[in-house]
Ligand binder design. Sequence first.
Ligand SMILES: Nc1ncnc2c1ncn2[C@@H]1O[C@H](COP(=O)(O)OP(=O)(O)OP(=O)(O)O)[C@@H](O)[C@H]1O
Ligand SMILES: Cc1cn([C@H]2C[C@H](O)[C@@H](COP(=O)(O)O)O2)c(=O)[nH]c1=O
Length: 222
Amino acid sequence: MPGRFVTFEGGEGVGKSTQIRLLAARLRALGREVVVTREPGGSPRAEALRETLLGGGAKRFGPLAETILVASARADHVDRVIRPAIARGDDVLCDRFIDSTAAYQGALGGVPPETIRALADVAAHGCRPDITLVLDASPASGLARARKRAGEGATADRFEAENLTFHERLRDAFRAIAKSEPERCALIDAEGSEDQVAERVWEAVSRRLGLAVAMPAAGAAE
Ligand SMILES: Nc1ncnc2c1ncn2[C@@H]1O[C@H](COP(=O)(O)OP(=O)(O)OP(=O)(O)O)[C@@H](O)[C@H]1O
Ligand SMILES: Cc1cn([C@H]2C[C@H](O)[C@@H](COP(=O)(O)O)O2)c(=O)[nH]c1=O
């Protein structure tokens, strides 16, 4: 049976990587093989393009160039990592995918929706998430969490460094995406503790993917 393709979306610092780690542990505890990956990046060539995007090297070319860059990275990532994993029967948990392009380069960058869709279709060519968890938290919470992580050794990237209005509009964009595609997207309240959010994620994933609901607690069996 093909694996499931689950994507996580949302603003900066809302807890996507944390929730992916916790969900991966839960799925593995069920005996499932899980591949954890991310965009932009996820394959060696796509990771090189990620550096260009997040280091700010693409910013001066504008949002359309950024869209083409992430699409190029996605084409490699889908072909070399995501599609083979799903074909093997592994579940794929991906930190950001097509909805981030629609939010960052589309809603915020002004690239027209039809251009975003066309490039996403070319890059992903039929590889569509089974479920997308859109983590929703106030920019104040998300940026505070991102700053906390910066205290753990990371620095603000191209998008984290944008102003509060940018992050508020970003939140609205992700909420609008979740609302427009309710059969694929689950909007998850990402305020509260990591374990509280993990329960909300598990409830949505297990229900939509038809998995058993009585599971070990988040973080159990890593
Ligand atoms: N529910 C939570 N409550 C408090 N802190 C959290 C919560 N979830 C994650 N964190 C912490 O917030 C920081 C950012 O979390 P994480 O890296 O998972 O977010 P992210 O959405 O992947 O960020 P980015 O968009 O920048 O990649 C980390 O230090 C993490 O430990
Ligand atoms: C897929 C994708 C990502 N981005 C931006 C959004 C984030 O600021 C970074 C990724 O950093 P993270 O710490 O891994 O979340 O890239 C984008 O602008 N467009 C995209 O398509």
